[in-house]
Write a new protein. Structure first.
Length: 501
């Protein structure tokens, strides 16, 4: 029988500060997007360099997540959590004070570096601090709601800060989040002593994984701007395949791998990483297109368009903390994840019906509510299962993998769906334009754009449906109850209980 330990009496208070840190990381992506036009005008950023304000962050964040997870296992999750917070705050201050393009881009890259330390440390702290199944379900419900809704909250916050202060506060605001989380971490977070992975760092694994993931994320970024058939895009994808294949080969041979292959080959964890990554492709595409639709077609301000996403935020909170948390102790996770992704797909399908003159209450409201409920319900068991049956010394890197799947999924979603939308818009213009004057008609231009958005959202609907199928087929974990046991023949020395298989 595995030895159990008494739960930390301050664990729920600690969760508040872990949640604050997670909210900061998740909303940072969208809060900067809303502020970007103002920053571009203020600093004189060229259109060619504009995308790097986002890409510099995603490259560093996505490329270094596995490294960050391994550092958390080596240094300790609490220590890594605090260092990540302090570094993220410093990088945000640097970005907010930027006087030129290079300074802003460098600060965004630094944010990504420290975010890659912070995100896996936050998730793995929950895994090791909450050992009771019911409490773990509630904790992951809260975490899942924040992880899912944070991007939409960022749209609202970005609109408020940009409209009433200026774009710099979209970065400065992170300092307040980080300081609060650091003080809370020092006072309330007590990481269990066991479970550290004190093996030497796998340097070849770090280099191969980081460069492979950077090449993959950058490849999709270049595909969006240069096209899928450009030499640079193809070269980056080939390099990514070679580097990541080499990484897998190395990890199977070294004594202390950066990513033990057992972390991704376990059926439930692999199912979570794959299905969640695909779902995020659809979700990020939704944010992208609806933001353009609301502001450019319906004429919403940045602030009003941010508030338009509130029904989805509410749906995510209800889905994660009420539906998912309550049912997780009664039904198998796949019976939450698969239906959750399907409900989200139905909501996405409704949103695909948008027209130039659509009514918010008839199309957007029900679509956003269903999207939120479905994703919130699916997120909670997915986050919990990301550390399913994992050895304590692998908790950080397992947590990094779920963040990596989301980050890579988001990058792919932005590039893939934007390319599909642009292609559909071009095709529609070619078949509907009667004369060059049509291209100067704002109604015609809006109709073409909305057609492209609709086609891309239909693709996102299909991707969400595929996520549901994969979750149902691959995830076979049992009901998460208090009678947990260790997976057969695998974790004999685990000092804390794990989710029943």
């Amino acid at each position: 029988m595995p030895e159990t330990r008494l739960p930390d009496p301050k664990r729920w208070t600690a969760l508040i500060f872990i949640a604050i840190a997670q909210l900061m990381v998740v909303l940072d992506a969208t809060v900067v997007n809303i502020a970007l036009p103002s920053a571009q005008a203020d600093l004189g950023i060229s259109d060619g360099n504009r995308q790097w304000v986002v890409t510099a962050y995603t490259l560093a964040f996505g490329g270094l997540l596995l490294f960050g997870g391994r550092i958390a296992d080596l240094w300790g999750r609490r220590n890594t959590f605090i260092v990540g917070l302090l570094g993220f705050a410093a990088a945000s201050a640097l970005g907010g004070a930027a006087v030129n393009t290079a300074m802003l881009l460098g600060a965004r890259a630094l944010q990504g570096v420290f975010g890659a330390l912070l995100a896996p440390a936050a998730l793995s702290l929950i895994s090791v601090m909450f050992t009771d199944a019911k409490e773990r379900a509630k904790a992951f419900g809260i975490y899942g709601a924040i992880a899912g809704a944070g991007a939409a909250v960022g749209l609202i916050l970005g609109g408020v800060l940009t409209e009433y202060l200026n774009w710099r506060w979209a970065l400065f605001v992170n300092i307040f989040f980080a300081v609060a989380a650091v003080l809370g971490a020092i006072a309330f977070i007590r990481e269990p002593a066991e479970g550290r992975n004190r093996n030497r760092l796998d340097i070849p694994g770090v280099v191969l994984a980081s460069t492979g993931l950077v090449a993959l994320v950058y490849g999709f970024s270049r595909a969006e701007s240069d096209g899928w058939s450009s030499g640079v895009t193809i070269s980056l994808f080939v390099a990514s395949v070679v580097l990541l294949s080499s990484f897998v080969a190395v990890e199977g041979r070294v004594k202390a791998p950066l990513l033990p292959l057992r972390v991704i080959t376990e059926r439930n964890r692999g199912g979570v990483y794959l299905s969640l990554g695909l779902a995020i492709i659809g979700m990020f595409g939704l944010f992208l297109f609806l933001t353009y639709y609301l502001q450019q077609v319906m004429g919403y301000s940045a602030l009003k368009s941010g508030f338009a996403f509130l029904p989805m935020v509410g749906g995510m909170v209800i889905g994660s903390t009420q539906i998912g948390t309550r049912l997780m102790l009664r039904v198998r996770p796949r019976f939450l994840m698969a239906p959750g992704f399907l409900v989200a797909a139905v909501g996405m399908g409704i949103l695909a019906q948008i027209k130039v003159d659509s009514n918010y209450a008839e199309i957007l409201l029900p679509g956003l509510v269903l999207m939120g409920l479905g994703m919130g319900t699916a997120f909670m068991p997915a986050m919990s299962l990301s550390a399913h049956g994992v050895r304590p010394e692998d908790a950080g890197v397992a947590s990094a993998m779920v963040n990596t799947s989301q980050q890579v999924g988001g990058s792919i979603g932005t590039a893939l769906l934007n390319t599909l939308a642009a292609s559909a818009t071009t095709t529609w213009i070619g078949s509907h334009a009667k004369s060059p004057a049509d291209l100067k008609n704002q109604l015609f231009v809006n109709q073409a754009a909305v057609h492209g958005y609709s086609v891309a959202i239909y693709w996102a609907t299909a991707i969400l449906a595929l996520s549901a199928v994969l979750a149902f087929v691959l995830v076979d974990a049992g009901v998460q109850n208090t009678g947990e046991r260790v997976a057969e023949g695998d974790f004999e020395d685990m000092p804390i209980p794990v989710i029943a298989h």
